[in-house]
Design a protein. Structure first.
Length: 547
């Protein structure tokens, strides 16, 4: 039996006397992989971050016993036994010896966790300079080695890149490299696969598995992705409302869940509930020979006469009818988002793109009626909703642009109807209109984002990964809402996603894009069951692996 590295005993966490984690106990051994599973708000991240007191204002009680590695790497002035430290009792200064060095984090969203002003190599080097006392030259070479270890090609070139120049999967690998800089004994990975496509998600899990074995670390995986738990974890703790309601061997718990909440999580797969629009329904969005390219900076004097371009999308044809959902699926960098931007008239294109028979002109005033027709719901509602605006201001913002003739009473009426249509009412949320985005859960914020576009009565919604940042039960609720709205309003959806389950639940027709090219297309039955294209089969089979 492995000796425990971390022993959590009756840990309780409160904010302003309100308890959010309620008496949790578990052991974690060196070399072991445990998954914390639960919905948003269940207390997973609060528990993990509070182990080293990274949440300001958290009131902790109970014990978190950390087994020391040796006498040279201990927090000073500790009153615990020679072999253990109680993390709950440690001061901020004492915890500096634990953070990063013994316990390291891989955070959920690398684009916000990484500093956009510094190269990724500089950011990894900073950890080595501070924590391991290396020289700048030593730290730089070690940073390149760490980037190489995490499987990023051309590590020297990538070390000189800024976060925005890397793909989502590469940024996540950089976060893992940074966490490994001090050879920690416990790696806490907070939703490391959220918003990644199925193939990159698989690569990140394989990488964590390989590095955990190579370095002999313990891993605490925080996730709502049950497939990640099934593939990666030795044991699982299921959390609901701050309590562990079920725990045990991961395979046993997922195969035969005992608690109703665990059963609910496992049964929260997207449900298909759509109607087939008539074949002669009006065409609302159409592209022929559609291509998108972006200029590449640099190249010297020659680039003045023959500018270089990066082709993001080429020769795509599609038709979207009223009441229909056209799913677009592919890996990160395949061209999905460029297709969405072209549909919104936000980038120059080759070929044609028409909205209700009209092309984008590039003139703001001429295109204004089309902008009301086509609206967009973004991937992350927390970053797409202004934190400085309350609900009333957020929902009414588009009205001021598109319906300036409405008086204040007319605007208020539209706002309330839009909120009610997505299930947000004053009865359930007192003072709803004066609340701010941070006062809502992830699923509620996505409902606000949908209400913000519905207030204009659009005909087409561009849905850019609308559920990728949500847990399984909230994802199911949002998809059911979108299905209901489509039936009630006859909405058409251009659904950009990497999740085959979402495609299976929502789409009538599907486009499969790879490396900027349309490689497969057809109705949902053809794509899921009859397509012979190897890339389509790869994506679909990866989706079926989650069952």
């Amino acid at each position: 039996m492995r000796l425990p590295l971390l022993q959590v005993r009756e840990l309780r966490i409160a904010f302003n006397q309100v308890e959010v984690v309620k008496g949790i106990s578990f052991n974690l051994a060196l070399g072991e992989k445990i998954a914390l599973v639960g919905e948003s708000g269940s207390g997973k991240s609060v528990l993990a971050l509070s182990l080293v007191k990274l949440i300001e204002g958290a009131q902790l009680s109970g014990r978190c016993l950390w087994t020391r590695q040796d006498e040279q790497n201990v927090a000073p002035d500790s009153t615990d036994s020679p072999s253990t430290l109680d993390l709950v009792k440690l001061t901020e200064k004492q915890l500096e010896f634990i953070r990063g060095q013994d316990i390291a984090f891989v955070f959920q969203e690398p684009m916000t966790a990484l500093n956009p002003l510094f190269t990724v190599g500089e950011q990894i080097s900073e950890v080595l300079l501070i924590k391991r006392g290396m020289t700048r030259e030593e730290a730089w070479h070690e940073a390149i080695d760490l980037i190489k270890v995490t499987g990023i090609s051309e590590p020297v070139r990538r070390a000189k890149s800024y976060p925005h120049q890397l793909s989502g999967g590469q940024r996540q690998r950089v976060m893992i490299a940074m966490a490994l800089a001090c050879r920690p004994r416990l790696l806490i990975a907070d939703e490391p696969t959220t918003a990644l496509d199925v193939t990159v998600r698989s690569q990140i899990l394989d990488l964590l598995d390989h590095l955990q074995y190579r370095f002999g670390m313990a891993v605490l995986l925080i996730t709502h992705d049950l497939e990640a738990v099934r593939r990666f974890a030795d044991r699982v703790l299921v959390m609901e409302k701050g309590m562990v309601v079920e725990q045990g061997e991961a395979k046993e718990v997922l195969a035969d869940p005992r608690h109703p909440y665990t059963q609910k999580l496992l049964n929260s797969q997207p449900i298909r509930d759509v109607v087939l629009p008539p074949p002669d329904a009006p065409v609302l969005l159409q592209g022929w020979g559609l291509g998108v390219s972006y200029p590449i900076r640099g190249g010297g004097v020659k680039a003045w006469f023959k500018p270089k371009k990066f082709t993001a999308l080429q020769e795509v044809n599609f038709v979207l009818r009223q009441g229909q959902t056209l799913g677009v699926i592919g890996e990160s960098g395949s061209g999905k988002t460029s297709l969405a931007l072209a549909a919104l008239g936000l980038v120059p294109i080759h070929g044609q793109m028409k909205v209700s028979g009209h092309s984008w002109s590039g003139d703001a005033q001429v295109d204004l009626p089309l902008r009301r027709t086509v609206q967009v719901v973004f991937q992350d509602p927390f970053s797409s909703l202004s934190p400085r605006m309350n609900v009333a201001e957020i929902i009414a913002e588009g009205i001021a642009v598109h319906l300036p003739e409405l008086d204040s009473l007319g605007r208020l009426r539209r706002v309330l109807i839009a909120l009610s249509s997505v299930g947000l009412t004053e009865q359930e949320f007192p003072n709803l209109l004066s609340r701010y985005p941070h006062e809502f859960s992830g699923g509620q914020r996505q409902r606000l984002a949908i209400a913000r576009v519905l207030v204009l009565d659009p005909q087409v919604l561009i849905l850019d990964e609308p559920t990728s940042a949500l847990d399984v039960t909230t994802q199911q609720q949002v998809l059911q809402l979108l299905q209901k709205l489509q039936k009630q309003r006859g909405l058409s959806y251009l659904l950009i996603t990497h999740d085959v389950d979402v495609i299976r639940a929502m789409a009538h027709q599907v486009l499969v894009v790879q490396n900027a090219k349309l490689v497969d297309s057809g109705n949902i039955d053809h794509i899921l069951h009859h397509s012979t294209h190897p890339y389509t089969r790869l994506l679909v089979n990866a989706g079926y692996d989650k069952k």
